[in-house]
Design a protein around this ligand. Sequence first.
Ligand code: NDP
Ligand code: GDP
Length: 327
Amino acid sequence: MPTAFITGITGQDGAYLSRLLLGKGYRVVGLLRRSASSDVVGERLRWIGVLDRVELMDGNLTDLSSLIRILQACQPDEVYNLAAQSFVAASWQQPLLTGNVTGLGCVNMLEAMRIAAPHARFYQASSSEMFGKIQAARQNEETPFYPRSPYGAAKLYAHWMTVNYRESFGMHTSSGILFNHESPLRGIEFVTRKITDGVARIKLDLARELSLGNLDAKRDWGHAADYVEAMWRMLQQNAGDDYVVGTGRTATIHEFCKLAFGHVGLNYEEHVVTRQDLLRPAEVDILHADPTKARERLGWTPTVSLEDLAAEMVEADLARYRAGTRG
Ligand code: NDP
Ligand code: GDP
């Protein structure tokens, strides 16, 4: 039975990846950072039905010694580094923490592996935010980077260190440059989930309006369940490499609002208000993936349309409110 170690196991992707790997017969070990709210940290793993099937080990991505001890104890075949301060907007408020966790945290994981599990395969959760102010209409592995936030800059450092450990030490390291991916387990602060949560509240007469920022930004949105499959496929290749993962379709926030509100028969223009304080110091106006390499080398294609994604997220948020378990 192969062993996978996942940092960020309590996040959106951690839950979907755990379910995928357990289904493939893996032993799944996850990094759990200490929290005073430890009763709710496993909520996503519980929601997806795997909380009692994964092993959680205490540590922190910023504490190298904890990572070394965990690797020595569980001897993984594959390491998925998903942990990060992952919210772009927060990265301007906490740029140093973002650098420490999202940037240096990756190097802590690579160093821990070099010391304690040098033959394990490594996946780094890189991001389309590294393209930032885009240098090509469609972004692929050859497109130059131009990050626009402390988050994007931290991810870029982690990306290049992942490449560097591959080239310097011959380690099997892969960087998945993933475009935005969403699901009912997406953090509530991200725009898609904020919208579907707002739709549920408005539909159930718990609210009348929803405040958003820049509605003209365009994103290439897919479903997290599809994207964790791409992560796993990268680590099954003979050598590590870099891959862009996205749908190849881009849409505005307006369009996502239209789909989500429209799913329950509402007109978003009657409910969405824009607020200046929700605009960002620097914006990524448009992201649009060219996922040709992932399709050709990994045989990966997305399976969930934007329409179905929005509908699934709205239904899940309605169900949470009806059951009294919003979260
Ligand atoms: P989430 O924000 O849902 O999850 C982040 C995870 O990181 C949580 O498990 C969190 O733990 C953990 N974490 C944060 N800080 C630390 C720390 N110091 N030590 C240990 N664990 C920590 O992110 P997603 O699941 O959406 O994304 C997974 C990864 O992919 C992230 O690195 C993200 O930046 C990246 N990514 C995501 C994209 C997306 O569209 N979702 C697109 C491209 C890249 P806790 O639960 O305790 O907070
Ligand atoms: P990001 O692409 O990782 O930054 O994902 P987000 O979901 O946080 O943001 C996607 C886009 O939605 C960005 O261009 C934001 O400026 C835009 N946006 C507009 N209104 C909001 C809002 O209220 N919250 C968030 N999070 N994003 C918003």
